[in-house]
Design a binder for this molecule. Structure first.
Ligand code: NAD
Length: 393
């Protein structure tokens, strides 16, 4: 495989943006990919000025349409390898579908788009053009998430009976959107965020942890979308009781009004033989509870196969941590891992070789679509006082 550095085009990122920053650091972490082009802002002048003053060289564009348009005429060696979309939710669909139709791989921020209908259109375009498409559900990139998936999918916990997956924050406990906070402003606006505020923003992360670890779908939901801050148009508290595809039950909880909670994403998976617990604020450890045995705490980098609970461990999984335990990995490493796995698919795509893009190492477009179907069903259920609604998985 060629070791040329992949060229990435970034859409969004100017004007004090949040998530573009961790993405950039993660992209540059391995030295094998680089952001070289950017449409940073909806205002063309700001987009060009910010690109000219960017901390490293990028070719600036007045708009993402201009950036994409140029790809149609670029010579092979100048063409971008993939697009990164880090704009608010309402600016995902248009650049994503345009890039896919040009045959460009896309890594798009979550939630995938604004509606299930848009999601279906993106899935159709990806199926037709057969391009790698990633949805940036960051926390799937923690080594401990991949390890947890291996444990559960190897059957070590037995049959899954119950999952409690939650993402609790406190930063929107006051009406921050009225204080000029850019991130709060669009997240609380239905035209920019979508049908659900808290659910779309962080409930979808909790759903993806559940699905990725267990391989189960949430097929039916009874939901309550609540709003505790007066005058806010979207939910800031999101509680969904659900039926899973194997008959198990689950709860997905998300909140943005719980003082003291920062990015408190946590999951507990309960099987017939044992349980697993993980929290993103302590992302290096996974705890296993087995009846009649002391609790087992596994740290990334300090795991051995065949230890009386674990069986054989896949070589690729054991090779993935790049630093020893105790030298901590965290959020940026999780993002880097998503980009690393995506990069492998992108390289194969351009070399006209088979690529996976199957959701086994990062969320793909079908996962992103299921996130939208989950939001759709949850909003419909809540509007009917928590009636059961099937998710169109
Ligand atoms: N995966 C995660 O953990 C995670 C965390 C935070 C945010 N996000 C997602 O990332 C996305 C961005 O969130 P954020 O908090 O960084 O938002 P933000 O408001 O901080 O940044 C949005 C950026 O998009 C730019 N933008 C808006 N419209 C544009 C256009 N038409 N053309 C070019 N640029 C445009 C803005 O100028 C800004 O640079 C959202 O979809 C959000 O849900 C994901």
């Amino acid at each position: 495989m060629s070791n040329r550095v992949l060229k990435i085009g970034m859409i969004g990122g100017g004007g004090g943006a949040f998530i573009a920053q961790p993405h950039q650091r993660a992209i540059h972490m391995d030295g094998t990919r680089r952001v070289v082009a950017a449409a940073l802002h909806p205002d063309p002048k700001v987009a060009l000025t910010e690109a000219a003053n960017w901390p490293y060289p990028v070719k600036g564009y007045a708009s993402y349409d201009q950036l994409l348009e140029e790809q149609t005429t670029a010579a092979d060696g100048d063409r971008l390898d993939y697009m990164l979309i880090v704009t608010p939710n309402f600016v995902h669909f248009d650049p994503a579908i345009k890039a896919v139709k040009l045959g460009l791989p896309v890594m798009c921020e979550k939630p995938l788009c604004m509606s299930l209908d848009e999601a279906d259109q993106i899935v159709a375009a990806v199926s037709e053009k057969k391009v790698p498409f990633g949805v940036a559900h960051t926390y799937l990139g923690h080594w401990t998430t991949l390890f947890s998936r291996h444990i559960i999918r190897s059957g070590l916990l037995g049959d899954i009976r119950w999952v409690d997956s939650s993402y609790i924050q406190g930063w929107l406990a006051t009406k921050l959107e009225d204080a000029g906070n850019m991130q709060a402003s669009w997240r609380t606006n239905p035209q920019a965020a979508g049908k659900s505020g808290c659910g779309g923003d962080i409930g979808t992360h909790a759903l993806m942890q559940l699905r990725f670890l267990t391989g189960l779908e949430m097929v039916s939901v009874s939901a309550r979308l609540e709003n505790f801050v007066p005058g806010r148009a979207l939910d800031d508290h999101f509680t969904v009781y659900g039926k899973l595809s194997n008959g198990a039950r689950a709860i997905i909880r998300a909140s943005q009004i719980c003082h003291g909670h920062k990015n408190d994403l946590a999951i507990e998976v309960v099987g017939t033989k044992g349980s697993l617990a993980w929290r993103q604020e302590e992302p290096e450890a996974v705890t296993i509870y087995l009846p009649g045995q002391p609790d087992r705490k596994y740290w990334r980098g300090a795991v051995s196969a065949n230890d009386g609970f674990l069986g054989d461990l896949p070589a690729w999984l054991m090779a993935e941590p790049k630093i020893p335990s105790g030298h901590n990995e965290a959020f940026h490493d999780a993002y880097a891992r998503l980009h690393r796995f995506f990069e492998a698919d992108v390289r194969a795509y351009w070399e006209k070789k088979p690529f996976k893009n199957d959701g086994s190492t990062y969320a793909n477009v079908r996962d992103g679509r299921i996130g939208m179907a989950f939001i759709d069903a949850s909003v419909a259920s809540s509007a009917r006082d928590g009636a059961w609604v099937d998710v169109r998985v």
